[in-house]
Write a protein that binds this ligand. Sequence first.
Ligand code: NAP
Ligand code: HSE
Length: 435
Amino acid sequence: MNDFPIVNVGICGLGTVGQGVWKHISRSRAKLESRLGARLVLKRASVRDLTKKRSVRVAKSRLGDDPMAVAKDPELQIVCELIGGTTLAKDITLAALRMGKTVVSANKALVCEHGPEIFSAARQHGGHYFFEASVAGGIPIIKALREGLVANRFGRIYGILNGTCNYILTRMEREGLSYPIILKEAKALGYAEGNEALDVEGWDTAHKASILTYLAHGTWVPVKSMLVEGITELTQADIQYARENDYAIKLLAVIQRDLKTDALAVSVAPTLLSRAKVLANVNKVYNGVSVTGDVVGETLYIGLGAGQDATASAVISDIVDAIALLLRGNAPLPEPIEQNCPLNKPELIEGSYYFRLDVKDEPGVLAKIASVTSKSKVSIASVQQRPSPRKGAASLILTTHLSNEKAIRATVTNLSRLDAVLTAPLLLRIASFDD
Ligand code: NAP
Ligand code: HSE
């Protein structure tokens, strides 16, 4: 072992993920080193607050508060960016790549917003950029798409890509709690982003959907071109409807490609998913991804989608790949070539829908609602009336036959304008994925 070549690694950020990486490398160093034929040295790390207590022991001489110094340290071959965000993280990533280093990251926001610039810096300076932990936590979904499924074109990829939201939805369903209470716990468990709105408003899932879209189809889809909705408006009334009708509510990313026209549609929205689907039964902080390829058919991936250990597992797998690349030139397959798939306007996405709205409990209300839906050519499939907590009001739940986002948006706007409608309608998609 003593004559093994040394690979020096630096870690920017020793928070939830960084401490997990430090802990697990320290624990399984001998095993990793003997498999790699290299000495893996955690040379230095940086944090923002040097006085904060850490769950891992890092010698004072190795810990600093200047991530740029880590990124530019000429003795490091690999730099892990585990800070998050898109400003400082971008600067240190580009600084390390411009020195020809390899960067390992878990930062989906950064990959989504600056992927082309980062990949180009890596190519230009002979370094590499690894980001397995950026999507679906511990599930090796990036490896699966890039390598295992390389023979395929992908008609549909859909999945639960945010552990925090799945944890919240599962506990809302099982314990009848409201989302803000559970969110606090998700934060304490290290699942949520520093800015938790990224999780609950759907943006984190959209970042991940954008990365999967690029890997599967070679097209960068910015989140602002997607339909993105979060889980903040869901209540126990929706959970109850789902339970009674054999659905689960999941925040789903859906990436559809029409393999005849190549048109792409990417969306993120809370969705009623039939309990018969495997992913409807993926609960707590687990993520699940269904990838349908034209050669392989449907494949499913399930695993912990957030949290220290699962994410560290993905980061360490990248560090090991990076070392294999440095020592033996085992380069990952190149990124897909830009295919310029045209992006369908979100308004054209088709599906069936669920609305919940509080209305005045008086004669003629249903007729007014029906006149709005018929104006937008939205055909109602079912109507249920339930008691509302508001005095003199009723809660209505409508489901529709096949429609599209444009018609549904018009319906929501016009329903909100009715005097008899007391709350903005809550909208869910109803998944209709064939087996
Ligand atoms: P975190 O717990 O907030 O840790 C961030 C680390 O970066 C902390 O050590 C913090 O220092 C340091 N840092 C933040 N701002 C800094 C600054 N201005 N200068 C120097 N250091 C700074 O975050 P995390 O949960 O580990 O997430 C890290 C990355 O992994 C993010 O991109 C996140 O999206 C991604 N990710 C997280 C998970 C998860 O389950 N948590 C899963 C997958 C991917 P202090 O400790 O001193 O504050
Ligand atoms: N906040 C993210 C989630 C972390 O809950 O899924 C993992 O990317």
